[in-house]
Design a protein around this ligand. Sequence first.
Ligand code: ACO
Length: 333
Amino acid sequence: MNLLQKIRQNAILNQMRIVLPEAFDERTLKAANIILKEGFAKIILTGSPTKIEADAKRLKLEYLHKALIINPKEHTKKNEYAKLLVEIRKKKGMTMEQALKLVEDPLYLAALIIKSGDADGEVAGAANTTGDVLRPAFQIVKTLPGISVVSGAFFMFVNNKTHGEEGLLLFADCAVNPNPTAPQLAEIAVATGRTASAIAGIEPRVAMLSFSTKGSAKHEMVTKVAEATAIAKKMAPDMKIDGELQADAALIEVVANKKSPNSPIGGQANVLVFPSLEVGNIAYKLVERLGDAVAVGPILQGMAAPINDLSRGCSVEDIVNLVAITANQAQIK
Ligand code: ACO
């Protein structure tokens, strides 16, 4: 059984409630149908029940009737959710009038459903930008205690099984923080190491990537990664973390032996931490498209409840996989 099958199997046992707020998107409906058929999560769809039922019929989605449908325009908890939104955002000047409008936005509604304890997680982004998915999540669900920065990791399944953990690597941050500071980069590294052990069940070997290996180049960008490495090691003294490393020194044993002979990772990194979002986002898409890898994610780390964001280019299978991972994160929480 491969990792994704294990993750789905684990989800079946726990039956977490996952909101899919993009029920107007056909891929989302098809994914919901597969999830309900396989029975690995309870699905909540937000949208017009009449439209969803008509789409289900047209697309021959036989299991969709098992989903709970919440109509953002009218449902029994609309006022309750609006009051909760005012309560959470009153310091930011939120009025009841504004809140009543926002609760009709499926992305705000989904975050409020989770905050109220009526669902365990959310997957969106097939039809909305990352910023639009994340903003309500940050504002309403917020971060875990002690976490200041949410980041996005990808599970990358590459064809060459000698890399990472039999072909599995985690890449971060590929989704959220455009230019993290050294302390933020350290948090991202530790969070990704923890995702590797909690969700993938592997012992993390974290490489903090740069264009320099152990001082081979001097630049403020290199200094940032070296500082982040030192902070991350203090935050998680039991985790194998090394930096700054070039990608070849992180991934290839013979190169590591030359460039960084004392590295605790020894050219066998299974978690790659990128110095900025620019690098992380470009890297994962290049490895996926040119390297023919399977990219699953981004898995958001550090949120008080699991909310995960898809790329708008995602497939039905991508949505199904991310819901399974979200259900696992919810169960761990
Ligand atoms: N972690 C936790 N909370 C955060 C974070 C973070 N990384 N970033 C912002 N917040 C919080 C802020 O504290 C703020 O909270 P408050 O309103 O309670 O004070 C709230 O979120 C809004 O913050 P802003 O800075 O006003 O939000 P902004 O909209 O400017 O930025 C965002 C946040 C949307 C995440 C922005 O950083 C962004 O757009 N990042 C890039 C996303 C992206 O485009 N990724 C690439 C594509 S993803 C892909 O390809 C799969």
